[in-house]
Design a protein around this ligand. Structure first.
Ligand code: G1P
Length: 289
């Protein structure tokens, strides 16, 4: 059983400056909901309510978002329609959220290592705080289901265009079944001609606690950071690792163009905006053709 989730959210967000100068990229809203709320919701929808957020400098807005705000609650409770009162209360009670600060940004592997004490000796989920995955079955739930069967590390992957592999961690492996591989290679941000495949880590993992020993044995890798991918490669010498091609669409909020696409996609899914927004988009497209 997977009881705990870790959400790394300490990064600078340099790809999204200047918006991220004084606010966390994880708080960038998709329409009206901060990115990290979607991520916490995915963990909760996957049956995980103990969540550790790896926070850092300038990230206090995340804590405030999931905290109670009694003044606001009071104002909202006096309104006739108490939808927002209920919703604001729900957000502060949606999970049991803990925080730890990563004081120096030494990479994703180092961020995950900050969870060692909280997680203890049990398998746990990792969900990157700047990545929303829209799916029918929550992606973390998809991984948990495989974990229950295999009891080994399971990573989410997705196919990316070959010319973009250098942006991701890439796996190589033997196909076990449809959309499922036993991993035997992992490289962080490989050159296109050295990439083992076009299957990229998609920001969701189920890790066994042995990952913490592997991280300790990991040297600084690309970008002079302790990479989770490098730690997984060490772990893979000691344990099996499986990769699941997820059923869902990944949105990387830390990337400006992806962020724009996310907002358009999500707006078209909202019944209250769909029709008018579609008309607006059609007009814009016509004008720019
Ligand atoms: C991180 C991981 C990488 C993964 C990517 C997914 O990279 O290190 O393996 O493919 O997230 O978004 P980053 O985007 O932080 O450079």
């Amino acid at each position: 059983m997977i009881r705990k989730a870790v959400i790394p959210a300490a990064g600078w967000g340099t790809r999204f400056l200047p918006a991220t100068k004084a606010q966390p990229k994880e708080m960038l809203p998709v329409i009206d909901t901060p990115t990290i709320q979607y991520v916490v919701q995915e963990a909760v929808d996957s049956g995980i309510e103990d969540i550790l957020i790896i926070s850092g400098k300038g990230k206090r807005a995340i804590e405030d978002h999931f905290d109670r705000n009694r003044e606001l609650e009071e104002i909202l409770s006096e309104k006739e329609d108490n939808y927002w009162y209920q919703e604001i209360r729900r957000i502060s009670e949606m999970a049991n959220i803990h925080y730890i600060r990563q004081k120096e940004l030494n990479g994703l592997g180092d961020a995950v290592n900050h969870a060692a004490q909280h997680v203890g000796n049990e398998p746990f989920a990792v969900l990157l705080g700047d990545t929303i995955i829209d799916s029918i079955i929550p992606v973390t739930q998809q991984l948990v289901d495989y974990y229950e069967q295999y009891k080994q590390t399971i990573v989410a992957v997705e196919e990316v265009p070959m010319e973009k592999v250098y942006r991701y961690g890439i796996i190589g492996g033997e196909k076990v079944s449809e959309n499922f591989w036993r991993v035997n290679e992992m490289v962080e941000k490989p050159a296109v001609d050295k990439s083992p495949s076009n299957l990229a880590f998609a920001g969701r993992y189920i890790l066994t606690p042995e990952i913490f020993k592997a991280i300790k044995d990991t040297n600084r890798g690309i970008n002079n950071e302790i990479q989770l991918t490098d730690a997984l490669r060490i772990l893979n010498k000691r344990e099996a690792i499986y990769a699941c091609n997820i059923q869902g669409k990944r949105y990387d909020i830390g990337n400006k163009l992806d962020y724009l696409k996310t907002i358009v996609d999500f707006a078209l899914k909202r019944p209250e905006f769909k029709e008018e927004f579609m008309t607006f988009l059609k007009e814009i497209i016509k004008k720019n053709m």
